[in-house]
Design a protein around this ligand. Sequence first.
Ligand SMILES: [Zn+2]
Length: 274
Amino acid sequence: MLNALTVDLEDWYHICGTVDNDDHRKWTEYESRVTRNTEKVLSLLARYDTRATFFVLGYIAEKEPALIRTICKAGHEIAIHGYYHQRIFELSRAEFEEDAKRAKEAVEAAAGQKVEGYRAPEWSIRTSTLWALDVLAKLGIRYDSSMVPLTRMGERSFKPFPHTIKTAYGNIWEFPLTTFRVFRERAPFTGGLPMRIAPYWYILTKIKEINRVEKQPCLVYVHPWEFDALAPRIELPLSRRFMHYFNMASTAPKFEGLLRNLKFAPMREILGCL
Ligand SMILES: [Zn+2]
């Protein structure tokens, strides 16, 4: 079975809930490391002849259009990750619409093609912000990948596998964060901190098990800054420092192992054949 491979294309200072992330007027002062880090991801993908979906921040598309063109030329799918990397529950509906629209225009201009997918910064669709799906459908987005079927990060009642959701502007596909059942809860393991904590063999076995037993595709996600041990570190409280920087050196070898042992495709193609 094919699984969805995804990259959230942002730079080292895009950490939600920090002053560095939220005050975007300061962003021009920061060193840009996104191109060289994304090139590391691109060369791994090329080595294993694998295509992925890149959820691109509108701000990055405007600043680094050549990088977006390189990604397109290599055959990857381009989608959006918001313009200013704001969590949806921190925005009003009008502010969210403005941010998503601006991101779509910036990314489409850099890519020279239409985008169909959206992923919210920090998976921030909650029960209270389900209006975001209406806004996305209104903007012509065909699938979202921002919902998490977990109590703390999202909402436990959210469906755990790809499905369609009715909006005021027609149906939209949802490809939620991949999780597996642990007693009454579920647990994530295919990207970010959970992937950096889980042993490699465990991640591989669990993905194969979900493919075989549930007959469902999984999604794997990485960020370019996870391939950059030398990136400047943002001052964070201890728990968040752990979340963002723990065991970062394990991302690249785990990612490469998954590329070697599983078959992946961009998200749009997987949803197209469900
Ligand atoms: Zn992000």
